[in-house]
Design a protein around this ligand. Sequence first.
Ligand code: G3H
Ligand code: ZN
Length: 276
Amino acid sequence: MIISPKDLLIAARRNEKAIGHFNVFNFESARAVTSAINETKKPSFVAITETTIHYAGLGVITSIVKKLAQELEADFFMHLDHGKNLETIKECIEVGFSSIMIDGSAFHFEENVDITKKVVALARPKRVSVEAELGHVGRVGEIVPKHFQTRPDRAEEFVELTKVDSLAVAVGTIHGLVTKMDIDYQRLKEIFSRVKIPLVIHGGTGLKNREIAKLISYGVSKINVDTALRIAFMRGMRQNITEMDPRKVLTSAMDEVKIVVQKLIQRFDKGAGGNE
Ligand code: G3H
Ligand code: ZN
């Protein structure tokens, strides 16, 4: 039975598990991610960024993902990751995305509330779930001062004002290939006690197993992974790079991505127990 992304995340929050979010950027990455979802039978988010939309074209990339959905026995949700442009967001809702992230994290609180409310108003009639971000999750190499992290009182106010379905929080995780993160679990705990909707962590690539387990035990319901998949893709490409048939090169890229995604799905599904 297909449930909504919102209900899936609410159940994850209740059951102390996390749902995986995996970014795809072409046919092969989409095939690899959806095969991993199919084999693990764990519903997950298949995410597309605005950069991928510019690269592949909205119609092309969504047709690929939708077609793959028809061929599989497991559910997954087509999600716009880090949506910033309202026109693109409208198009994504029209074309059938079931989940949208509005990233207003670069704005001041009031502007972030305003743009998030606009997206919620567009999404609700179509039953599309909305994720927003409050605070700033940095990129590798960027120094994010503590005061850019999510304030628990502001998070509560933000959710109340916007009526968003899930909230991405900045608690010290970083986008990209990082070896060390300084995660503020106390802050997360406080956010969790004030915010009753599912919490999302960005920057999944740099997380260690014990950090994943701890984040879930502190109330995280969705974990986003992008860079790790691109690294796996390129590793696979290099394994067969001397081949003259591009399909052989791309097949090893798909195999590598699929292995990474399967492992992550299983780890997220173990919840707080996936400490090893
Ligand atoms: O929105 C996407 C995620 O936050 C990806 O983070 O590239 O560190 O895995 P990552
Ligand atoms: Zn992110």
